[in-house]
Design a protein around this ligand. Structure first.
Ligand SMILES: O=P(O)(O)OC[C@H]1O[C@H](OP(=O)(O)OP(=O)(O)O)[C@H](O)[C@@H]1O
Ligand SMILES: O=C(O)c1cc(=O)[nH]c(=O)[nH]1
Length: 180
């Protein structure tokens, strides 16, 4: 995707999903801004544009794309369709009935799984998913995400050996906003 397209995409995503107020985040932190990914994921055109920006970020050698429940699921579905790489749907917790699988969709043992996330703040949700998949025998080294909030002070990803590849960053959204 060209730089101009990404700038335009950053502006469109920002306009659609940046909310102001007092928010508690998954990590327990508080923030005055929240990017509500469901507001762009519910839009068929915008979610397709975001997924298209994520496609070139998928590393060569990826056997499976692992989307994180819940917001990563629509993204991994589109990415899987665009790349032809099969998807895994990674639950926060396995169900206590049925197959009781935390990663739905196939066996990941011995496979290289690239994670697919919507928004990254501390990376805690990604680390949880990576831990689960690694315990099942997968290799996990990379997460592709729609939006990185770029809060490196808190990032748990580097110590966990996970590289982040974001389609959009907080900086890009801020720039698009200030450019009017
Ligand atoms: O980088 P972190 O500090 O872990 O924060 C980001 C995570 O928090 C949100 O998950 P949440 O459980 O709220 O999401 P869902 O609505 O996708 O289930 C978001 O979708 C990321 O998965
Ligand atoms: O850290 C989070 O929980 C979080 C931040 C954000 O901007 N958007 C989101 O969906 N989750």
């Amino acid at each position: 995707m060209h730089i101009e397209d990404l700038t335009d995409l950053a502006r469109a995503v920002d306009e659609r999903c940046r909310l102001s107020g007092q928010f508690t985040l998954r990590s327990g932190r508080t923030a005055t801004e929240y990017f509500d990914k469901y507001l762009f994921e519910a839009d068929p055109v915008l979610v397709s544009r975001v997924a298209a920006a994520m496609v070139p970020l998928v590393p060569a050698g990826t056997d499976l794309l692992g989307g994180l429940e819940l917001g990563g699921i629509p993204l991994v579905t589109l990415l899987s369709q665009a790349t032809g790489i099969p998807a895994l749907f990674v639950r926060k917790e396995p169900k206590p009935y049925g197959t009781r699988r935390a990663a739905e969709g196939g066996d990941c043992a011995g496979r290289t799984v690239t994670l697919v996330e919507d928004v990254i703040t501390t990376g805690g949700a990604v680390v949880n998913a990576a831990r689960l998949l690694r315990a099942a025998g997968a290799t996990v080294t990379t997460v592709v995400c729609a939006l990185d909030r770029e809060e490196p002070v808190d990032s748990l990803l580097t110590p966990a050996g996970i590289e982040v590849r974001p389609a959009l960053t907080r900086t890009m959204l801020d720039k698009g906003r200030s450019a009017g």
